[in-house]
Design a protein around this ligand. Sequence first.
Ligand code: NAD
Length: 284
Amino acid sequence: MDTIAGMTEFNAPIELNDGVSMPRIGYGTYKVGDDKARQTVETALELGYRLVDTAEMYGNEVGVGSAVANSGLPRADVFLTSKLWNDHHGYDSARRALEASLEHLGTDYIDLYMIHWPSPKQDLYVETFQALLKAKEEGLIRSAGVSNFLPEHLERVKDETGAWPSVNQVELHPYFNQPRLRAWHAERGIATESWGPLGQRTGSLLHERAVVDAATAHEKTAAQVVIRWHLQRECVVIPKSSHTERIAENLQVFDFALTEEELDAIDALETGERQGIDPGGHER
Ligand code: NAD
């Protein structure tokens, strides 16, 4: 398989607030089981993806790790991200979760390790983040991030640990495009990473007129237009597919650029409604 080459600045990594370089596009692995991950992650790496997003909760870290090992790529060429689950909040528990993830992934370090949800009801996310900062000092992780954090959670982390997380991975797609949070992150040097980028839970995003018109104009697919919208809106994006053709298609987004009008028309799809859980709630 040929590696897909890119032509624009969005093909270059972004520099996180701790100096670590992170690819702007990656392969997401939610709901890809261990066996399938072994195969699809290897395919993604062969096709040119260099960022892989997993989590303790996905139950596929062993598959992801063996795909990285089988890829033949030097470990340093792959940016591995994982996340600790909600029952591992607290300093010691977070540490144990990290050690288990390292073992499952078969690696000495994780490039970006994140707290999956703030779980405000437990009120332990600051202590959990302290464990991540300590692990960073020790070289077990290169960068300490979070996921599904609201500004109030991020501010407490900064106030009580002195450090902003490097990345906040949040639900973000044209139906819920979070302009205020993106601007808030940018002012503080926090990178925004989009989960659920194709907004597939309602199944209609890829049929929206603004998306289809741009796809026709650029002779690209609707998914490529949406992925490109994320990149041009300065978000790291991690689309997931289990099909080789789509895994390849989702990376072919560096040979065209959306116009300001097209970007604005896609922004206008905003509904103000999440498709996933509200991180400020007490469900987690
Ligand atoms: P996604 O937006 O990437 O959509 C995935 C679905 O879109 C696939 O199941 C597939 O049916 C479809 N799709 C993919 N490529 C397509 C194409 N080219 N054409 C048409 N349809 C296509 O959703 P996701 O998997 O929920 O999110 C991406 C990644 O984000 C996950 O795999 C996971 O790594 C991460 N994630 C993180 C959290 C979190 O709480 N931090 C939550 C959900 C997902």
